[in-house]
Write a protein that binds this ligand. Structure first.
Ligand SMILES: Nc1ncnc2c1ncn2[C@@H]1O[C@H](COP(=O)(O)OP(=O)(O)OP(=O)(O)O)[C@@H](O)[C@H]1O
Length: 263
């Protein structure tokens, strides 16, 4: 198996204006993700999940360690990574098609080719027939589908997803999880996914990485040995519940000392 992403002893300190000191968000985070692997990170609130994703994206520079993507060090954002955030970041003055071709236009892809590539991914995310809609005419779930198409059309080496379904209602969220697995299988991408929801992480992933409380580091990496393709009824399987219990316990172990310290 080829390693696509490698984080080697990542550390990150933020300046902390409240204490006039430093806040250590991440400490000695090492992990690797294989090509085509779907990996989620879960952990207590504030453990540095988003910070880690931003370092992989190149938006934040680690204060220690190194990220390698396809063997090349990451130092700034680049087209080899695409991010999908919780909030729809669609351009409101552009249609679905206009949003999906936007990134391709920026890198000088010919308009006819850009439209062709966009049409392929619009179809993949189930939005054929909605190409000429504007974001205000789309539901939250549809907007996240556009965001996904916009990320995939750039053909990144890795797809970074930061709580992409957090703003959706529970039912739409579950449908999007199932849909994302279909899209992931069709696109063959490597995915790094961040979530607060343990069931979402298990359902989607080949592996769930549990971060410790801040400063975040890898507490445990749990292989999810559940067959694919997966459907939502898997969430009622006793093996699924066993994974939920195990990961919940790992997070609780981190939450307890904090709760004690607070009161
Ligand atoms: N720009 C910043 N400046 C200073 N501190 C920051 C900054 N961004 C995040 N932090 C702090 O760093 C720690 C890690 O934050 P981060 O958002 O990465 O955690 P998280 O695990 O994604 O959180 P959550 O689970 O709440 O989404 C937190 O204590 C947060 O308050």
């Amino acid at each position: 198996m080829t390693i696509k992403l490698e984080a080697h002893r990542i550390g990150l300190e933020y300046g902390d204006p409240e204490s006039d000191g430093r806040l250590v968000a991440l400490n000695d985070v090492s992990l690797s993700i294989h090509e085509n692997e779907f990996v989620s990170i879960v952990g207590p609130s504030g453990c540095g999940k988003t910070t880690f994703l931003s370092i992989v994206d190149g938006l934040i520079r680690a204060t220690a360690g190194q990220i390698l993507l396809g063997g090349t060090p990451v130092s700034e954002p680049g087209p080899d990574r695409a991010v999908v955030f919780q909030d729809s970041s669609l351009l409101p003055w552009r249609t679905v098609l206009g949003n999906v071709v936007f990134g391709l236009e920026c890198i000088g892809v010919r308009p006819s080719e850009a439209r062709e590539r966009a049409a392929h991914y619009i179809e993949m995310v189930g939005l054929r027939g909605f190409e000429n809609r504007y974001s205000y005419q789309l539901s939250g779930g549809m907007q996240q589908r556009v965001n996904l198409a916009r990320a995939l059309v750039m053909d990144p080496q890795i797809l970074l997803m930061d709580e992409p379904f957090a703003a959706l209602d529970a039912q739409t969220r579950e449908l999007m999880q199932e849909e994302l697995l279909n899209i992931w299988q069709a696109s063959g991408k490597t995915v790094l996914f961040i979530t607060h929801q343990i069931d979402e992480a298990i359902f989607l992933s080949d592996r769930v990485i549990v971060f410790s409380a801040r400063p975040g580091r890898v507490k445990e990496s749990v292989d999810i040995e559940l067959d694919r393709p997966r459907s939502l009824k898997l969430k009622r399987d006793p093996r699924f519940h066993a994974y939920e219990d195990r990961i919940w316990s790992l997070i609780q172990e981190e939450e307890k000392p904090r709760a004690k310290a607070a009161g």
